[in-house]
Design a protein around this ligand. Sequence first.
Ligand SMILES: Nc1ncnc2c1ncn2[C@@H]1O[C@H](COP(=O)(O)OP(=O)(O)O)[C@@H](O)[C@H]1O
Ligand SMILES: [Mg+2]
Length: 210
Amino acid sequence: MPATSDDENENPMESWLDERRTQAVTDFAQTIPVLYRPEIELHPKVAEWADCTSESPTSLFLWGPLGVGKTHNAWQGVRRWVGRQFAGNYRGTPVVQAWRSTALFDALRPDDGGGTPKRLMKQLQTADLLYIDDAAAARVSPTGWTQERLYEIFDERYINRLPILTTCDVKPDAISHIFGERVTSRSAEIFRGGVVYLGGADLRRGGASS
Ligand SMILES: Nc1ncnc2c1ncn2[C@@H]1O[C@H](COP(=O)(O)OP(=O)(O)O)[C@@H](O)[C@H]1O
Ligand SMILES: [Mg+2]
């Protein structure tokens, strides 16, 4: 059946944007790990961030104990955020970089030539949204090399006001051993107004009753 895209009553620009939005959200949803694909009721603060209103914080630091739904809220929050990028000034389909912290730190480790692939660094610095899952799980190089690269990413995004979403099982000021002092200090500004605690029981153990 043909798509009913040219409803006469609809503004052509609106319906064009609608199609782009639907496509972008569908494409993004396919990149979500299967466990986190079902839609859930988002924590109100995650929803507020995703809706990108003038009151919304730019970046979000979602923290709390294990199994309370941080990663699920993050993926579904990003999905909602993608849809919201088509309101207001349309700037093309947003580019999202989503990484588990362990994989990100691996990717940032110096290659045989002693550097990080420049292309990856640029993508991490300029993506419309950078999502780092489970920040405190990363293992860092003893030399601080990866922390320096992380600082390059955070600082570039900070000065361009590009959002970062991270989930973590400890508070922002308790991950300096992972992020390094400089990123931890930057984080205080980046996540100002966007530090959200997710509490409750471990849902993996069927803890919905408390
Ligand atoms: N609001 C929710 N409703 C139903 N299931 C949820 C909800 N939030 C999380 N879950 C499920 O609970 C489990 C733990 O969630 P997860 O996001 O991985 O926790 P965390 O990242 O905090 O450790 C997963 O199986 C997830 O799909
Ligand atoms: Mg998680």
